[in-house]
Design a protein around this ligand. Structure first.
Ligand code: NAG
Ligand code: NAG
Ligand code: NAG
Length: 179
């Protein structure tokens, strides 16, 4: 009985530390900017953040693809602020239609897992019609140890159809690990 109580006590302390630890991390969207390069193919209906809690903002995105596309490439780059945004570790080009058939890029898998539950983008190509991300916010647990030092970041994403840039989606976020 006593032993059980001690184990229970240790468990509570451990859980409190875990909770504190997670609370000490701020992983927060700070701005979002979208821009179409070709209004006859992509119209951006919505691209904005809304504060949902202290240190939490949700992203709302709605874009219409006015023609179907079976060829989508993402050119993504993460920039980190250091007197202006400077290119940082991760930069890649991703064949999205191939990726949606079989995930292959580890950083893209993390990005995809972060937002896919908030969107209707969980399917294979072709893509047509309204593309929705509804109330997305990043979750620290889903980074799975991806190294991210404290700082302000910009995730720059240019989306190409058939090798031509069609639209841009830039997401700014803050990551603070304060222990
Ligand atoms: C713009 O979109 C149309 C489809 O609506 C496409 O035929 C055309 O090639 C696109 N232009 C560029 C520069 O991507
Ligand atoms: C997305 O935008 C289109 C065009 O404005 C609208 O018809 C549609 O209802 C929107 N979808 C959602 C889920 O908000
Ligand atoms: C879509 O979501 C379902 C259920 O969450 C999942 O099993 C499936 O693997 C996802 N598909 C893709 C292409 O990610």
């Amino acid at each position: 009985m006593r032993r059980g109580l001690i184990v229970f006590g240790i468990l509570i302390i451990w859980m409190t530390i875990q909770l504190r630890y997670n609370e000490a991390v701020i992983f927060k969207l700070t701005n979002a900017v979208c821009k179409t390069h070709n209004r006859s193919w992509v119209s951006i209906n919505k691209c904005r953040l809304r504060a949902i809690a202290r240190n939490k903002a949700a992203f709302y995105f709605n874009a219409s693809f006015l023609q179907p596309t079976k060829n989508i490439f993402l050119e993504a780059q993460i920039l980190k602020r250091a007197s202006g945004f400077k290119p940082w570790l991760y930069k890649f080009s991703l064949d999205c239609c191939r990726f949606l058939k079989k995930s292959y890029n580890p950083v893209a898998i993390i990005m995809y897992n972060l937002y896919s539950g908030f969107s209707n983008l969980n399917h294979t190509c072709p893509y047509e019609g309204d593309q929705i991300i509804d109330g997305f916010y990043p979750r620290y647990e889903l980074l799975h140890g991806l190294p991210l030092p404290t700082g302000d970041y910009l995730l720059e994403m240019t989306w190409l159809f058939y090798n031509k840039p069609q639209f841009l989606r830039n997401v700014y976020f803050q990551f603070t690990e304060d222990l």
